[in-house]
Write a protein that binds this ligand. Structure first.
Ligand SMILES: Cc1ncc(COP(=O)(O)O)c(C=O)c1O
Length: 492
């Protein structure tokens, strides 16, 4: 895929920016003579710009002699004999673009906050449901009692007291660990990265669920892994398919989110959990159990974790606190055993010499307090109300042909539309009405499916949720009925 950089708030038209980005790449030799440019349609999808914008940029490229279109074949980079001479004199030549990066999908990175109001895309907890005020107090207290904290490095493995508290905290959810086999990380995201940089190199086989958490896809892809996928159904990862994949390809790592899976919200059954452990045990492969929100269950507690049933040290268990306490603290915990643990500890030292001490200390009094138990209960109740609201709205308003998962916990649900509908097109329409969601294709490491979307019901209040889901259902209706009338793909 050609990397094209645009910025929406740059004060320059998007078609000009697309034009300039392609010209810069041609000049820097990244796009060679004869290379095929993406089609107008895929460019507009990739950059989330209108077809008109993409066409305008390509027309300008043709006019200026940088590209040529061949009917039925596409648009190609054209040789420009006089161009080489011009390069040195061009003040707009962007040398930075000629630096190759190794970030998969870096062109999708967005560092500004989207202007949309109805964030159905944010898999985060509504700040009003988190104990922020209490934290302000704790941070102040920690600093006034122990200002030297700011002038020392913490333990690379994590603060000793925090690891003891975490061990007790994990025990409450049935995870047996000792402070010695707990590593405090800067969130789950860093935990996944540590596992990948320690154990995954070019060509190593990593199995992921399809769909899965996009942030993990990028990490494994960035390590050059060969990613194979196993589909997910209402009971989690399809173990029958995993079995075949493992027999044939002997993966090194299996990455799974067995409890309130992101993006679908489903829970892996106990039977499948046991089967997964058997398979990993028989081929000596690592299971990464990513657990961001097992505390957020609505009806019944989820089945026991894989790590609690692990007899042979196959599981690296990752537990996050961003979804229950404070994402800004960037605290997660990783447990593992034996030499796997030792090597992850070395990776942590290489990465950052330990997570910030201030937030580790601030979080200490909360972890096993009554306040935390009460807070978790309230959080479950509040999110269950929001989930129920979304389910009710979908049931009463969505058109025939639309289906969705019923999450028993967590933050997300997964909506599936008829296969000919592309959720990117629905997103463009939704954005016009200040609504965002995550298009399902972002969650597939390979063989993307475009007709799904992830809705997070955890970030916005009930009023906004009602508005958002009602509007989305109207968009679904329009997409499905336009197809019925024209028998063509809907064109918003
Ligand atoms: C499945 C999954 N893993 C990892 C993360 C990253 O979490 P953290 O904030 O702990 O880094 C998230 C965040 O949404 C997630 O959903």
């Amino acid at each position: 895929m050609v990397q094209i950089d645009i910025q929406r708030n740059k004060g320059e038209s998007l078609s000009k920016q697309i034009y300039q980005s392609i010209v810069d790449r041609i000049r820097s030799g990244l796009l060679e003579e004869g290379s095929k440019l993406p089609s107008v349609r895929s460019l507009s999808k990739q950059l989330e710009v209108s077809l008109v914008t993409a066409v305008k940029a390509y027309k300008q490229l043709e006019q200026d002699g940088f590209a040529t279109s061949i009917q039925g074949k596409g648009t190609f980079v054209k040789a420009k004999i006089s161009e080489k001479k011009k390069v040195e004199a061009m003040p707009s030549y962007d040398w930075q673009l000629s630096l190759q990066d190794y970030l998969p999908r870096s062109q999708f990175s967005r560092y500004h906050i989207a202007p949309q109001k109805v964030h159905l895309s944010s898999s985060m907890i509504d700040p009003k449901l988190l104990p922020n005020r209490y934290f302000v107090h704790e941070v102040q207290q920690v600093l006034s009692e122990n200002p030297e904290l700011l002038s020392i490095y913490g333990n690379v493995q994590g603060d000793n007291q925090l690891r003891s508290e975490m061990s007790a905290y994990l025990k409450r959810s049935g995870v047996t660990s000792t402070p010695e086999n707990i590593l405090v990380t800067s969130g789950l995201q860093q935990s996944i990265d540590l596992v990948a940089r320690t154990f995954v190199g070019p060509g190593d086989v990593v199995v992921m669920e399809a769909p899965t958490y996009p942030g993990a896809i990028d990490i494994f892809r960035g390590r050059g892994a060969t990613i194979l996928t196993v589909p997910v159904d209402k009971d989690g990862m399809r173990i029958d398919i995993l079995q075949n994949v493992c027999e044939k390809h002997k993966p090194k790592v299996i990455f799974t989110i067995p409890t309130f899976h992101n993006p679908t919200g489903v829970v892996m059954s106990l039977k499948r959990r046991k089967q997964l452990l058997d398979i990993a045990g028989s081929i000596h492969c690592i299971i990464v159990e990513d657990d961001p929100c097992s505390e957020i269950y609505f009806e019944k507690k989820p089945p026991v974790t894989l790590t609690s049933m692990d007899q042979f040290g196959n599981v690296i268990y990752l537990r996050g606190l961003s979804k229950t306490i404070a994402p800004s603290c960037r605290i997660g915990i990783l447990t593992a055993s034996g030499s796997i643990f030792n090597r992850l500890l070395a990776a942590k030292a290489n990465a950052d010499l330990g997570s910030p001490l201030l937030t580790q200390k601030a979080i200490l009094p909360l972890i096993n307090s009554k306040r935390m138990i009460d807070h978790s209960k309230k959080l479950r109740t509040a999110l269950k109300i929001r989930r129920d609201l979304v389910l009710d709205l979908l049931t009463s308003l969505s058109p025939e042909g639309v289906s969705w998962t019923i999450p028993e916990g967590g933050l997300n649900l997964w909506i599936s539309l008829p296969s000919w509908i592309d959720s990117h097109l629905l997103l463009s329409e939704a954005k016009k009405q200040q609504i965002t969601f995550l298009p399902g294709s972002a969650c597939y490491p390979v063989g993307q499916e475009n007709n799904h979307l992830r809705i997070s019901y955890s970030y916005i209040n009930e009023e906004l949720l009602t508005h958002g889901i009602t509007t989305l259902c109207n968009i679904f209706h329009a997409a499905i009925s336009s197809q019925k009338i024209s028998e063509n793909r809907p064109n918003f």
